[in-house]
Design a binder for this molecule. Structure first.
Ligand code: IPE
Ligand code: IPE
Ligand code: MG
Length: 257
């Protein structure tokens, strides 16, 4: 079935967000409710990732960015961090064939150099294997910090100014956008956060300037196809004005700006 077939099946309008970003939160609470260890929640969360990635490809989204591990998450108990890393390794190993089959191209943002060496190898491998895929761009935010990404961009620009490569007066918004790790991605049209928390938690600080927000109480391991469709339907009802006066109902004009 092609993209429009899937849109019809889910009764969605044709104007989709090009880029959806998700703060996948609530794995721990999901496990706690069931008197299970936190890692059981992360494991169940991996199944949600599989389902949402497949669905995003079917619908024809351009990019899906998933907040999988923040720089602040290193502060968690060592045991949880190491189990999370193990889970990530398993995910990469078991999913690569499925990604390839679904024409999904994998990428990352964040300081992946902080990750255990074996995970870096696994990532490199999966990125290389899927590099020719032309469907959905799946971006995993790993050891990611929005502030760190902006700080790094400032450092790079300052270096260029200092060496005379660019003039101070020519530093514009695009100059900054081009130094961020998201430089090759379309604007984030829709941000989803699960488990009800109303905060950004150092995710895409610059990139969320005009994104539509959809916060749901549903915990990430419970977030499946119907919830994602509901989030997109919610997006399609929004009046996006980008600071102007004419209302653009749910439409994606980000690349026309
Ligand atoms: C999100 O779930 C997954 C990661 C941050 C890795 P949490 O582990 O934050 O779950 P809660 O917020 O404790 O429920
Ligand atoms: C945000 O969730 C980070 C990820 C989903 C990877 P957290 O659970 O770490 O965020 P806070 O602590 O609620 O802000
Ligand atoms: Mg959390």
């Amino acid at each position: 079935m092609d993209h429009s077939g899937w849109l019809k099946r889910y009764r969605l309008k044709p104007h989709l967000p090009r880029h959806v970003a998700i703060i996948m939160d609530g794995n721990g609470r999901w496990a706690k409710k069931r008197h299970l260890p936190r890692i059981a929640g992360h494991r169940a969360g991996a199944l949600s990732i599989r389902e949402i990635v497949r669905l995003s490809g079917q619908l024809g989204l351009t990019a899906l960015t998933l907040y999988a591990f923040s720089t602040e998450n290193w502060k968690r108990p060592r045991k949880e961090v190491s189990l999370l890393m193990q889970l990530l390794k398993q995910y990469l190993r078991s999913e690569v064939a499925e990604l390839l089959q679904n024409n999904v191209r994998l990428g990352t943002i964040g300081n992946t150099g902080d990750l255990p060496r074996e995970i870096q190898e696994e990532l490199k491998n999966a990125i290389q294997i899927t590099s020719r895929c032309t469907g959905l761009n799946l971006i995993l935010a790993l050891s990611y910090s929005g502030r760190a990404d902006l700080t790094e961009a400032v450092r790079k620009i300052a270096k260029k100014v200092k060496s005379g490569k660019i003039k101070l007066a020519s530093v514009r918004e695009e100059t900054i956008a081009k130094e961020l790790s998201t430089k090759n991605l379309p604007e984030v049209d829709l941000l989803i956060r699960t488990s009800g928390e109303m905060r950004i938690s150092n995710f895409l600080l610059w990139e969320l300037a005009y994104s539509e927000f959809h916060v749901t109480k549903t915990l990430w391991p419970d977030f499946r196809t119907p919830h994602f469709i509901a989030a997109i339907r919610d997006f399609q009802k929004r009046q996006r004005r980008f600071g102007g006066v004419e209302s653009v109902v749910g439409s994606v004009i980000s690349w026309a700006r």
